[in-house]
Ligand binder design. Structure first.
Ligand SMILES: C[S@@+](CC[C@H](N)C(=O)[O-])C[C@H]1O[C@@H](n2cnc3c(N)ncnc32)[C@H](O)[C@@H]1O
Length: 234
């Protein structure tokens, strides 16, 4: 079956051979893919809302996969028992929403081995919570679908001290920035650079004291990003 590049990239980071969960999965496409590709022997889908929950159930039934994919209605990780799965996917939700799901069931959240997270903007609230918790960002990737870029953050929850991430790392990802010159990543960062340039142009027009402070902050971010994308530039 053909999956979007975004969800296919997510699937590559799910721990193979072990049960997985997909939280917020109205179309159930990823879960069906994980089972059909032999990546996950069993998947639990968690859906908050009635309509999407029924839609996921219907698709799983149509695919004849009720024995391997269970659809549960509920909020975030509350649909899972501690240690019930190895990998938890949370994809296609805002960074703040994903962070909220982790924090709401924190004790339980520590019992799963790996999270494969695909936040939508703004990204920084998610990485801020991960850094405050001391959870290691073990890998990050950028998936591209129809000229849209999607960062994917792979996290392993550990009881480690909080660590610091700078503003650029919070928004764009420490593992992504390490590979700033690589194809795929570079295009994503170029798009972000254009966003900073547009923000700077807008703030210049505004001219207020608040806009001046923001302008200085955006300038710093833009310069750091340019340095990372072209280390010989400075
Ligand atoms: C935009 S869809 C993303 C679907 C899929 N994960 C993907 O990436 O294509 C977000 C889904 O998350 C569900 N959702 C939002 N908050 C949730 C929560 N706290 N717990 C479970 N599901 C949630 C919504 O009902 C919706 O179906």
């Amino acid at each position: 079956m053909k999956l979007s590049s975004r969800l296919e990239t997510v699937a590559r980071h799910v721990l193979p051979g072990l049960p997985a969960a997909d939280i917020g999965a109205d179309h159930a496409l990823l879960s069906v893919y994980l089972v059909r590709q032999g990546i996950s022997p069993r998947v639990i889908i968690g859906e908050l809302n009635r309509g999407p929950y029924e839609r996921a159930q219907r698709y799983v039934r149509e695919q004849g996969l009720e024995m391997c994919i269970e659809v549960r209605q509920g909020d975030g990780l509350e649909v899972l028992a501690p240690h019930e799965v190895a990998s938890v996917v949370i994809a296609g939700m805002g960074g703040k929403n994903i962070a909220g799901i982790l924090l709401k069931s924190l004790a339980r959240a520590y019992t799963y081995q790996r999270y494969v997270l695909q936040p939508m903007r703004p990204y920084y609230p998610l990485r801020k919570v991960l850094a405050d918790l001391g959870w290691a960002i073990v890998d990050e990737e950028v998936a591209a679908d129809d000229a849209e870029f999607y960062p994917i953050v792979v996290v392993e929850p550990r009881r480690c001290p909080a660590y610091h991430l700078g503003e650029l790392e919070l928004e764009l990802g420490p593992r992504i920035l390490e590979r700033a010159t690589q194809p795929g990543v570079k295009e994503f960062l170029q798009q972000e650079l254009v966003r900073y340039e547009r923000a700077i142009a807008g703030l210049r027009q505004a001219g207020s004291a608040e806009a001046r402070d923001k302008l200085a902050a955006y300038h710093k971010l833009k310069m750091r990003l340019e340095e990372m994308m072209d280390p010989g530039w400075s």
